[in-house]
Design a protein around this ligand. Structure first.
Ligand code: TYD
Length: 206
């Protein structure tokens, strides 16, 4: 069964994205779909190397524009070498974070400008946008409490993470047909069911 679709999970720290990505992949595979699970920053050897630079606390003080360019560079390689080929094979791609993370973190929270940062990633990826983005919305105080051993970005103050959260909510509100916003503090099992229903409709299983 083939139904090429690009599905992304977004949200702040500790929102439960990786749990829900894995649950959705299991659900779709059990229904006969080919699924590729991936994540950002990362997904290719070069992008994983860039990830290490971006998350290393030793790079505290990395220039904001340099940070935005590195995320976009990693995304460009990921889109060209992993996501597009999988979609061309007819697979369902599930990515833990993608373009909207750059818009919320670098565009909104860092103040570089949502539109400019979105354009940069659209250029980097040749305009590859998800069919559906699932935003797991949690209070950053709750999400950060779930994080063990904070990395460079997780170490930013609570107000900064509050801007990230609002960034995601504003992006989703601007294009409600391509976004599903869910309360990430709900039980994981309930969220998984709701996500499975929405994705079944998207892939034509409903
Ligand atoms: P990761 O450990 O993968 O965080 P999480 O488990 O919350 O996804 O680290 C990714 C970090 O990078 C996270 O703090 C979000 C941030 N980020 C950006 O700032 N911009 C981006 O474009 C992406 C993809 C991630």
């Amino acid at each position: 069964m083939t139904a090429a679709r690009f599905i992304v999970f977004e949200g702040g720290e500790g929102a439960g994205k990786s749990t829900q990505s894995a649950a959705l992949a299991d659900y779709l595979r059990a229904r006969g779909h080919e699924v590729l699970c991936t994540r950002e920053p990362g997904g290719t050897p070069a992008a994983e190397s860039i990830r290490a630079v971006l998350l290393d606390p030793a790079n505290a003080g990395l220039d904001d524009r340099a940070e935005a360019l590195l995320f976009a560079a990693a995304r460009g390689d990921h889109a060209a070498r992993v996501i597009r080929p999988a979609l061309e094979r007819g697979e369902i791609v599930i990515s833990d974070r993608y373009l909207d993370s750059s818009v919320a973190y670098q565009g909104v929270a860092r103040g570089l400008g949502a539109e400019r940062v979105a354009e940069l990633s659209l250029w980097a990826t040749g305009g590859l946008v998800p069919d559906l983005t699932i935003v797991l919305d949690v209070d950053p105080a709750l999400g950060l409490a779930r994080v063990v051993g904070p990395d460079r970005l997780e170490s930013e103050p609570l107000e900064w993470h509050a801007r990230v959260r609002q960034g995601f909510l504003d992006i989703a509100a601007a294009a409600p047909d391509r976004y599903l916003v869910l309360d990430g503090s709900r039980p994981a099992e309930d969220l998984a069911v709701e996500i499975a229903v929405a994705v079944s409709a998207l892939v034509g299983d409903a």
